[in-house]
Design a protein around this ligand. Structure first.
Ligand code: SAH
Ligand code: SF4
Ligand code: F3S
Length: 438
């Protein structure tokens, strides 16, 4: 039997695509390899959102190249966002690659594989959206987690934030038909899944291109499926997050009290240059509305530091927002110019060391806020879905997406239990079992 190994970089979209590719390979008779050294097929699913992931891909390829010494028939394939953006370039830099395909050609993996096995370079990078790409959705995912699952509801992005490569690597927004989404959720629940995580670059724009369904209606429909215990969704764009959606979040018992709502920057001038489509005040209004409907909601965000033209005053506006909102978690990155994006043409004014210092100061400020947020859980009882059992410790997540480690008890995998939190750490909580729930 042939064995595959998939290395995935990037966001949940890539993770889900890899899970689907694994499902596809399974249907072709492949089984997973324990390590890349034992594989007959290595797939590298790439990300290109910043320069660092680009570099990581190239160094991974340098490592995987060695497989050819041991197994000359082994096939190495590159897919995902970097392949879409610069597939031919990668092929030149790493001529030992057998297969390169873009983000809308994944469903052609079986044909590409055949071509590569026949000794040809199998390349398919199509600029236009392939109408048949949804064939991919028919394959069941192969997942690490038994109890939680991603479901792609929308692909691509129409927003064109000036720094971002995603619209170029993933194409325009297209929503999956609601019937197909619900069918997949149904299958997942029958397979034992308790938590459904709806994903897309821009989930709150779901349905806009279909015309007859909106995101909040999808939320109600998913919640109506028996066996769905928890619902999450990422990523929502602040511009499309409307009151109907917030109301649905509050009303539907399964929708978890957690939202990732990227702000990117606090300064109105920078937000405008980024073309985010909101001001700081408008963003904060959305947070206020969220907290009005869902008082105990946990929040996280993405921040870019050092966008072209950002001054210390602009940066301090971001810090002001962090202190005001008090996010549970912040993902902060140094601005990285992406080829072909409008921001890549804008002059960068601050030197790199200053931006690095801003970033590390910001991370330190947030660390304390996160710790404070975690400490507020001490002595509280929370619901935890147990996802892992290892070395006598159970691990799961609260509805607010906090990681919890629990001592003792066994045979609770996949159960939702009540846990009394005894200790808060910076990145996780510890607790004891209080009561079994479901
Ligand atoms: N669709 C999501 C974001 C996808 S990209 C949204 O709009 O929120 C994930 C994160 O990467 C972004 O939120 C942003 O913070 C970061 N990012 C994207 N392009 C970047 C760039 N050129 N430099 C630095 N960070 C970037
Ligand atoms: Fe990129 Fe903006 Fe689209 Fe997010 S909304 S994927 S940041 S263009
Ligand atoms: Fe990266 Fe592509 Fe996702 S660029 S963040 S893998 S959409």
């Amino acid at each position: 039997m042939k064995r595959y190994y998939i290395r995935t970089f990037g966001c949940q979209m890539n993770v889900n695509d890899s899970q689907k590719m694994a499902g596809m390979l399974k249907s072709l008779g492949y089984e997973p390899a324990r390590s890349w050294e034992e594989a007959d097929l290595i797939l590298v699913n790439t990300c290109s959102v910043r320069e660092k992931p680009d570099q990581k891909v190239l160094s991974a390829l340098g490592e995987f190249k060695k497989i050819k010494n041991k197994n000359p028939d082994a096939i190495i394939g590159v897919c995902g966002c970097l392949a879409q953006r610069a597939g031919y370039e990668i092929l030149q830099k790493a001529p030992f690659i057998d297969m390169v395909f873009g983000t809308t050609n994944i469903h052609h993996l079986p044909q590409l594989l055949k071509e590569a096995q026949a000794g040809n370079k199998a390349v398919e990078i199509i600029e236009d959206i392939d109408e048949n790409e949804t064939e991919l959705d028919r394959y069941p995912t192969v997942r690490d987690s038994i109890y939680t699952a991603y479901v792609t509801i929308i692909r691509g992005c129409d927003k064109k934030c000036t720094y971002c490569i995603v619209p170029y690597t993933r194409g325009r927004e297209r929503s999956r038909r609601i019937g197909e989404i619900l069918q997949e959720v149904q299958w997942l629940v029958e397979d034992g899944v308790k938590e459904i995580h709806l994903i897309g670059q821009n989930v709150t724009a779901y349905g806009k291109d279909l015309g007859d369904v909106k995101f909040h209606e999808l939320l109600y429909a998913v919640a109506d499926i028996e066996g769905v215990e928890r619902i999450r969704f990422t990523t929502g764009h602040p511009r499309d997050l409307d009151e109907e959606t917030i109301k649905a979040m509050a009303e539907i018992p399964q929708v978890c009290e957690y939202l990732h709502l990227p702000i990117q920057a606090g300064s109105d001038r920078i937000l405008k240059a980024m073309d985010r489509g909101y001001t700081q005040k408008e963003y904060l209004k959305k947070i206020e509305l969220l907290r009005k409907y869902i008082p105990d909601i946990a929040l996280s965000t993405d921040i870019i530091v050092g966008f072209p033209g950002e001054t210390y005053q602009d940066y301090m506006e971001t810090i002001k927002v962090l202190k005001e909102v008090e996010y549970d978690q912040v993902f902060a990155f140094k601005y990285s110019p992406r080829p072909g994006t409008p921001a890549a043409q804008m002059p960068v004014t601050e030197d790199s060391e200053t931006v690095s210092r801003w970033l590390s100061d910001l991370i330190n400020i947030q660390k304390e806020i996160t710790f404070k947020k975690n400490r507020a859980y001490e002595n509280k009882v929370v619901e935890v879905l147990i996802e892992e059992e290892k070395d006598g410790k159970l691990t799961g997540r609260t509805r607010t997406n906090k990681l919890v480690h629990i001592d003792g008890e066994h045979n609770l995998l996949g159960e939702i239990v009540k846990v009394r939190i005894s200790k808060a750490n910076r990145f996780s909580l510890e607790g004891e079992l209080a009561e079994k729930l479901v």
